[in-house]
Design a protein around this ligand. Structure first.
Ligand code: TYM
Length: 334
């Protein structure tokens, strides 16, 4: 089995950490704990400032995401869990990298285009330079692998390009080129209301997503109300063709029950979606209830959580500070 040297990943802190974050990212991090040497999981609070919806209640949302990491199975004794803002080297490196990142590269970023909306003139600089800070998050630790959902692939590839540009510019090998690590069956979980849109914290409808803090009644109701079609489920996943909502529910069910999408289709073959919905709601409640309960427990122990974040930040700073020192020397800063 492949051994991975150093993993880094992160989630933006909002109260609505959801099933897409879990299946597309955190669940994979938990599995990768066994086959990686070092792991850093940050809560990217500085990134949250780029979207006004996420910028309020930042301290508590940071704790909520830290609690989610631990409740999902990240071990804080063997992985560093920390807030991005507690390691200032991320921000200094982001500035250095922004001085060798061509605007043309940032102009290609689809997430900026989506989030900025139609009136680009009003978008904030922080939203535009978001991917450079993300590159700094990764490169300050020389992470070799970045486990993310499919939507972050472009950003990790940009980090790789920026690392290469820095190395060429300064004729050095200081940065390792990081690899996006996109694994599992649920790399892009879709909205429960519109299967052509990604499940997201920014969707106005809470019915579009399952939040990790949702109680069983809310989960059952959201799955019951989720959009489907009236055709029966085929034997093979590929025969679902363009039935995007159907594909999404099957994919979520398959991932939660650790089977392939074909096996999940075969299980419900010839049946309607009401049968699948019942079993999917059960599977979600089974998987998410212990996570929600543990999150509540941890959130009642704020000082314990803050202690975990402090220890995590110390581990992260121990790696980041010497690397930043080396980078400063390379670029000729006194
Ligand atoms: P964020 O907070 O939007 O999402 C956190 C992680 O969850 C994944 N994800 C999904 N996966 C599958 N289906 C979905 N619907 C879905 N929605 C979200 C994301 O791909 C991500 O892995 N820019 C990042 C945060 C970040 C980061 C980093 C990540 C900042 N610096 C450095 C890795 C390394 C973001 O906005 O994630």
């Amino acid at each position: 089995m492949q051994t991975i040297q150093r993993i880094l990943s992160g989630v933006r802190p909002t109260g609505d950490i959801h099933l897409g974050n879990y299946l597309g990212a955190i669940r994979n991090w938990v599995k990768l704990q066994e086959i990686s040497r070092e792991r850093l999981f940050c809560i990217v609070d500085m990134h949250a400032l780029t979207t006004s919806d996420d910028a309020h209640n930042l301290a508590n949302n940071t704790r909520t995401v830290a609690a989610a990491y631990i409740a999902c199975g990240i071990n804080p004794d063997t992985s560093a869990i920390f807030a991005q803002s507690q390691v200032p080297a991320h921000l200094e490196l982001a500035w250095i990298l922004s001085c060798i990142t061509p605007l043309g590269w940032l102009n290609r970023m689809t997430q900026f285009k989506d989030k900025a909306g139609s009136d680009r003139e009003k978008a904030f600089l922080g939203l535009y330079s978001y991917p450079v800070l993300m590159a700094a998050d990764i490169l300050i630790y020389n992470a070799t692998h970045v486990p993310v959902g499919d939507d972050q692939k472009q950003h990790v590839e940009l980090a790789r390009d920026i690392a290469g540009a820095f190395n060429r510019h300064y004729q050095t090998e200081t940065f390792i080129l990081p690899e996006p690590h996109i694994i599992g069956t649920a790399t892009r979980v879709m909205s429960l209301r519109d299967g052509s849109k990604k499940m997201s914290k920014s969707d106005l409808s809470d019915y579009s997503r399952i939040n990790l803090m949702d109680d069983p009644d809310a989960i059952v109701l959201k799955i019951k109300k989720s959009k489907t079609d009236s055709d029966p489920i085929p034997e093979k996943f590929e025969d679902l063709g363009s039935r995007v909502e159907a594909k999404n529910l099957i994919t979520i069910y398959a991932t939660l029950t650790d089977q392939s999408c074909d096996a999940a289709c075969a299980q419900f073959s010839g049946q309607t979606f009401s049968t699948l919905k019942n079993q999917l709601a059960d599977a979600l409640v089974n998987v998410l209830s212990p996570i929600r309960e543990k999150m509540h427990f941890l959130l009642n122990e704020k000082s314990e959580l803050d202690k975990i974040l402090k220890v995590g930040a110390e581990k992260a700073n121990d790696l980041a500070v010497p690397h930043l020192k080396e980078i400063r020397k390379i670029i000729g800063i006194l």
